[in-house]
Design a protein around this ligand. Structure first.
Ligand code: 5RP
Length: 235
């Protein structure tokens, strides 16, 4: 399945492959979004097809739902599942406390709902995602389209009073148009550089009118499986 891969793709693949060892028969599994999560969905599909693994998957985006169906995984909604045994997802950054920045792929809202409704969240990532302090990767914030420029101005004002290096919030674009999430919202990417207090940042952002969710996943992740370009995996 993996063929000839670049070191970065190999790192993502080996982390994804290791993660499916945690999946057992009968589990309801949250399926993340992004290139690393896509490898995991393909690995799970192989187990379903070749080993008769019986699972139900709850996708965190329309993209992942489509892939999961393509590889033969039974797909159910989060409300049908009610509660999940395990979620496996990628990340844009993770720190030593297993806190994350997610949403580079635009699916942070569903990803956070799915991960929070799971007994366990496993993150799969290449070694390049490990950071000492969160914030070099622009923090995605999902906002409703109504008044998004006003929301952005309020967020930039708020950042002045917080322990961050940068304060710019850019509207994520898809060509010449704003990028629209599965829920019909926009994404502001906050260029912060370094987030001094991520817990506070996550809390304060979600109190702003117009903000639906932010990409800081605090105290949600239980395990990070890290893949290296030479095929090594560590947990
Ligand atoms: C999507 C995400 C992804 O998990 C994150 O962007 C990592 O993506 P990739 O595995 O492609 O590097 O949060 O919203």
């Amino acid at each position: 399945m993996s063929g000839e891969l670049s070191p970065i793709d190999k790192a993502k693949f080996v982390a994804a492959k290791r993660s499916v060892d945690y999946v057992e028969d009968g589990m309801r599994v949250g399926l993340g979004t992004g290139s690393t999560a896509a490898w995991m969905v393909r690995c799970l599909g192989e187990l379903v097809r070749d080993d008769g693994l019986k699972i139900r998957g709850v996708p965190s985006s329309t993209r992942t739902a489509e892939l999961a169906r393509d590889v033969g995984i039974e797909v159910i909604s989060i409300d049908e599942a009610k509660w999940l045994d395990l979620t496996i997802d990628g990340a844009d950054e993770f720190d030593g406390n297993l806190n994350l920045i997610k949403g580079g792929g635009g699916a942070l809202l569903q990803e956070k709902i799915v991960a929070t409704a799971s007994d366990q969240m496993i993150v799969i990532a290449d070694i390049g995602k490990e950071v000492e302090h969160l914030g070099a990767f622009p923090l995605p914030v999902e906002v409703i389209p109504f008044g998004w420029q006003t929301t952005r101005a309020l967020i930039e004002e708020l950042l002045v009073s917080m322990d961050v290096l940068g304060r710019d919030a850019s509207l994520r674009m898809n060509g010449r148009h704003p990028y629209v999430t599965d829920e019909g919202n926009y994404i502001l990417d906050l260029h912060l550089g370094r987030i001094g207090d991520p817990h506070q940042m996550a809390m304060v952002l979600n109190q702003m009118p117009g903000v639906v969710e932010n990409g800081l996943f605090m105290d949600i992740c239980d395990i990070v499986i890290i893949g290296h370009g030479n095929g090594k995996v560590e947990t």
